[in-house]
Design a protein around this ligand. Structure first.
Ligand SMILES: NC(=O)c1ccc[n+]([C@@H]2O[C@H](COP(=O)([O-])OP(=O)(O)OC[C@H]3O[C@@H](n4cnc5c(N)ncnc54)[C@H](OP(=O)(O)O)[C@@H]3O)[C@@H](O)[C@H]2O)c1
Length: 362
């Protein structure tokens, strides 16, 4: 019956309505609205599940960082980039990638031969690169560092340093917080903290005279969250974060920029060699050293203040400790003893098992 009325009303809009018609139309609209709402909710839930899946499986950095584009070549092309710890690992790959972007490089570490090897390797792929080797020991004290800074500033016809990449660091094998000796404590802090801060104190005045300069600090996830088994290393990286975020607040209006980079586990040739001599767990997922270097340059050239580089579960722990510290620290307290145990057995110290597994980890 209603169908007949509808047809007649279609043919003649002035055809009188039945008393039922408005009610039915209202019901039909309410039904359609409900369906649309359900559809939108399902779409949202699907999108959220997809993003969560991506976050859990492929995302290798914090969301601000991974939403940025590729490194901005125009920010480094022709600039002087001084990299410490350039003789191997992340520093070596950073040097290659900065050279690919047209930067003039100063490579530093203690081992001159290794620095020469890195230089020749870059030149064999980029013959036009301009590279200077400047050996130095970060723990050698202020007088020695003063001379190194003066030498670095004088290179490339006194161009001065545009980017200071503080990448060198010293890390002791994993052990309990109370097992570290005073010698180990000093060895770590002399390089990671005192040497790095001294270099900054000595270089920054040159940058301030020019009204520009960018410090890129290779910190660590251990500089943001507890790192059971690496308490002293973690303390040194927390110290760096504290110093450089304060420095930025003091000097950002004078042209000084600071990018603090916090990587989780990274697959360097060294870590691969270490892993081949002990058990390597399939769940241990490290970001490749090339990707770590690329994301570091993305963070620096896009002017990010802080960047995190890691797969799960470290990335989630970093988010929790930063934004929900009560939950984050509760989780780390559950992990602590198991991670120490895993480190002692040379097992996987970045495993989901530490969170979800039993008391003792593999
Ligand atoms: N690899 C990771 O999984 C990871 C994760 C998070 C953070 N990070 C951080 O990323 C940075 C690079 O890590 P990496 O694994 O590539 O390190 P790495 O392979 O151990 O290399 C350390 C570099 O620092 C230099 N260095 C050590 N002591 C020095 C000193 N007293 N003076 C000057 N240079 C010194 C070393 O060269 P010489 O021995 O020739 O001096 C070497 O070039 C470090 O700051 C590290 O804390 C690494």
């Amino acid at each position: 019956m209603y169908g007949v009325y509808s047809t007649l009303r279609l043919l003649d809009p002035k055809f009188p309505r039945t008393s039922e018609e408005p009610k039915r139309i209202g019901q039909r609209h309410a039904g359609a609205k409900k369906m649309l709402l359900l559809f939108l909710l399902a779409l949202l839930a699907g999108a959220a599940a997809f993003l969560l899946f991506k976050f859990a499986t492929v995302v290798d950095g914090d969301l601000t960082l991974v939403s940025r584009g590729p490194p901005r070549r125009e920010r480094v092309d022709g600039k002087v980039v001084w990299i410490t710890g350039a003789s191997r690992g992340i520093g070596e790959v950073l040097s290659m990638q900065f050279a690919n972007l047209g930067a003039k490089l100063i490579l530093s570490a203690r081992n001159k031969d290794e620095l020469e090897r890195v230089k020749q390797n870059i030149l064999s792929k980029n013959p036009d690169s301009r590279i200077e080797v400047l050996p130095m020991d970060l723990s050698a004290g202020e007088e020695s560092l003063k001379q190194v800074v003066h030498a670095a500033e004088s290179l490339f016809s006194n161009a001065g340093i545009d980017y200071m990449i503080h990448n060198a660091a010293f890390e002791r094998p994993k052990r309990g917080a109370l097992e570290e000796s005073e010698g180990g404590l000093k060895a770590t802090f002399n390089v990671n903290v005192i040497g790095t801060i001294n270099l900054t104190r000595l270089l920054a005045p040159y940058m301030l005279d020019r009204g520009m300069g960018h410090f890129v600090v290779m910190s660590s996830a251990a500089g943001k969250v507890p790192a059971p088994g690496q308490a002293v290393y973690s303390a040194s990286k927390h110290a760096l974060n504290g110093y450089f975020t304060s420095l930025r607040s003091e000097l950002c209006t004078k042209g000084i920029k600071v990018t603090v980079v916090c990587p989780g586990p990274i697959e360097t040739p060294q870590s691969s060699a270490a892993a081949s001599s002990v058990q390597r767990h399939s769940s241990e997922k490290r970001v490749s050293v090339e990707r770590c270097a690329e994301l570091t340059i993305v963070a620096a050239t896009h002017g990010l203040k802080e960047a995190w580089i890691s797969y799960q579960p470290v990335l989630t722990v970093m988010y929790l400790v930063q934004y929900m510290p009560t939950i984050g620290y509760w989780l780390m307290d559950k992990i602590g003893a198991k991670r120490l145990d895993a480190a002692a057995k040379k097992g996987n110290t970045y495993s989901w098992n530490l969170i979800f597994g039993g008391k003792k980890s593999a």
